[in-house]
Design a binder for this molecule. Structure first.
Ligand code: BTN
Length: 256
């Protein structure tokens, strides 16, 4: 049972034993039912979990959190949707900090993968529906590795709360903590004057920020030595290379 100390997030929830994808389930659910903000769906097993850019999300049954949260940020312009993505990434950072993972070990790899000690611990897939220039519904899918300690079967280089902290966790207890952090970050986003604060916090955790690293430009297959120096308002990555500014969208840049 999900017990949250929130105002609205997770007050209504559904726990599924098995589903193709919680994002897909929630999407189909709200097509038939009234969308209620803060509705949370999670599943013990996802057999067709979806990742970013059409990839798959693999999570061994009953060991990890696979959840989707319904938000209705109708006040958020579509052009500002990256702020929501930043807020969700930061809410997972808040959770990791609350679990005593040192700040120096946590990073957000652009656009919204969560890393601990250079290894992915969580992924986010946000699927928005739009109405005119504004967001109508936002399905916030989060996959967080919790008790899995062996990722060989999934062919992944990944980590989990258990690997980092050396103990097991109750998945539903982690989810209820996560609900609180998501709600807090969401409320902050709603206070639109706090947007600069969100962007600054995101940059603070941005993986490889301001460090000279090698990247591959997908279009030309060329390697460049460059530094991440910022983000455009729509969430593209700004790099500095040989005194030149380069801007990359999703799939356009590969981290080496
Ligand atoms: C990524 O890093 O590629 C994003 C992964 C997002 C995975 C979560 S698990 C719960 C929700 N349902 C899905 O099918 N995907 C998201």
């Amino acid at each position: 049972m999900l017990r949250t100390n929130t105002i609205f997030l997770g007050k209504l929830y559904m726990h599924l034993a098995e589903v193709d994808s919680t994002n897909l389930y929630l999407y189909q659910y709200i097509a038939k039912n009234k969308p209620i903000e803060g509705f949370v769906v999670w599943a013990d097993k996802q057999y067709a979990g979806r990742g970013q850019l059409g990839s798959k999300w693999l999570a061994t049954e009953a060991l990890n959190l696979t959840t989707s949260i319904l938000l209705l940020p109708k006040w958020l312009a579509a052009k500002d949707q990256f702020l929501l993505s930043q807020s969700i990434a930061l809410s997972i950072v808040d959770l990791l900090l609350a679990y005593n993972i040192p700040k120096e070990k946590i990073a957000i790899k652009w656009p919204n993968d969560i890393y601990v000690q250079n290894t992915k611990i969580a992924g986010i897939l946000i699927e928005n529906t739009l109405k005119g220039h504004f967001i109508e519904e936002s399905i916030v899918g989060i996959g967080l590795n919790i008790n899995q300690t062996d990722f060989k079967e999934n062919g992944l280089h990944a980590t989990s709360l258990s690997l980092v902290l050396g103990k097991n966790f109750s998945i539903v207890a982690v989810l209820s903590d996560l609900c609180l952090f998501v709600e807090q970050r969401y409320m902050l986003l709603k206070q639109r004057e706090k947007n600069a604060q969100i962007q600054a916090a995101y940059i603070e955790y941005l993986y490889q920020y301001n460090i000279l690293k090698t990247y591959k430009i997908a279009a030309t297959n060329t390697l460049i030595l460059a530094k991440i120096v910022g983000l455009t308002p729509e969430g593209k990555l700004i790099l500095e290379h040989n005194g030149e500014t380069l801007i990359f969208g999703l799939k356009e840049l590969i981290f080496i």
